[in-house]
Design a protein around this ligand. Structure first.
Ligand code: ATR
Length: 274
């Protein structure tokens, strides 16, 4: 039996094991996917251990996505420029790191918005998730890709380090709020509005352009306060479930060569969310 895993801290609530184990069953692959709780200080020894037991591949989640990089044998160029790895493939004993978070986001988005080329886009936030999404959106090619963050300097770093050419402006939150009506697509990547008790929005979301699309990377809750407000203001909305499902599908494809049934994956995750 091939062994796969996800490493993180915390890890108990990860939906990846149930999603991937269901796929292994569905495609009759003799493999098992195990959640592994790995603390920050144990990362190096944990990776050595995984290599020693011949792990076939694994996912990497918070807080290890950046720290794992020097521990790998090879790095995909996009993962290198993003500076974060969420998927590792063991190729004949060599651990190779990839990033399917940003590409998963874009693939999931394309299900709802078939054309990105004509879109003016605003990314809100400048953390690790925003960086992956910004780079892959720039690579996908959009008319304009602006970014706003509470700490503007972090947004400046993302723009200056992006390896793909794109028309872009960095905005503070007040400017972003004032300019919202310009954007066809607004992508919320901060943790604000996540739990029901965090009602604070990163920016207030009024005066949207008619027909605009608002996307949030959070999927638990399925509708953040931010998405609820966007809907009230007439936008079409998308939660983070597609990003999660498609990052998983792209990882599964790297491990098995099969691009799996994403509708099946959605159903499994939704059933777990209750
Ligand atoms: P991740 O790597 O998972 O994206 P992160 O690096 O902690 O997480 O980034 C969190 C993002 O949420 C950042 O853009 C952060 O803004 P700062 O860079 O200014 O810290 C943003 N964020 C968190 N809480 C916020 C709040 N209450 N209002 C606005 N932005 C917030």
């Amino acid at each position: 039996k091939k062994l796969f895993a996800v490493i993180g801290d915390p890890i108990a609530h990860s939906m990846s094991p149930v999603m991937h184990n269901d796929l292994f069953q569905a495609y009759e692959i003799d493999a098992y996917y195990q959640p592994l709780h790995v603390k920050r200080e144990d990362l190096e020894v944990a990776i050595k251990g995984l290599k020693a037991i011949g792990i076939a591949g694994f996912n990497v989640t918070v807080p290890h996505k950046e720290a794992i990089i020097p521990l790998l044998d090879e790095l995909d160029p996009l993962a290198k420029s993003i500076g974060a790895v969420n998927t590792v493939v063991n190729e004949n004993g060599k651990l190779i790191g990839f990033n399917t978070d940003g590409s998963g986001y874009v693939r999931g988005l394309l299900e709802e918005l078939p054309s990105l080329q004509d879109k003016k886009v605003l990314v809100i936030g400048a953390g690790g998730a925003a960086r992956g999404i910004y780079f892959t959106m720039a690579q996908a090619g959009v008319v304009q890709l602006d970014i706003s963050n509470r700490t503007v300097s972090k947004a400046n770093v993302i723009v200056s380090e992006c390896p793909f050419d794109v028309q872009s402006e960095v905005l503070n939150m007040d400017e972003a709020e004032k300019n919202l009506g310009q954007y066809d697509l607004i992508i919320q990547t901060t943790l604000a509005g996540m739990a029901p008790n965090i009602q604070e929005l990163p920016i207030s979301i009024q005066h949207l352009k008619a027909g605009s699309f608002v996307s949030d990377i959070i999927y638990n809750p399925l509708e953040t306060t931010f998405l609820q407000e966007a809907k009230k203001n007439g936008a079409d909305i998308q939660n983070g479930l597609n990003m999660f499902v498609f990052q998983g599908a792209l990882a599964f494809e790297k491990w098995t060569g099969i691009f799996p049934d994403t509708k099946r994956m959605r159903k499994i995750v939704l059933s777990q969310l209750g």
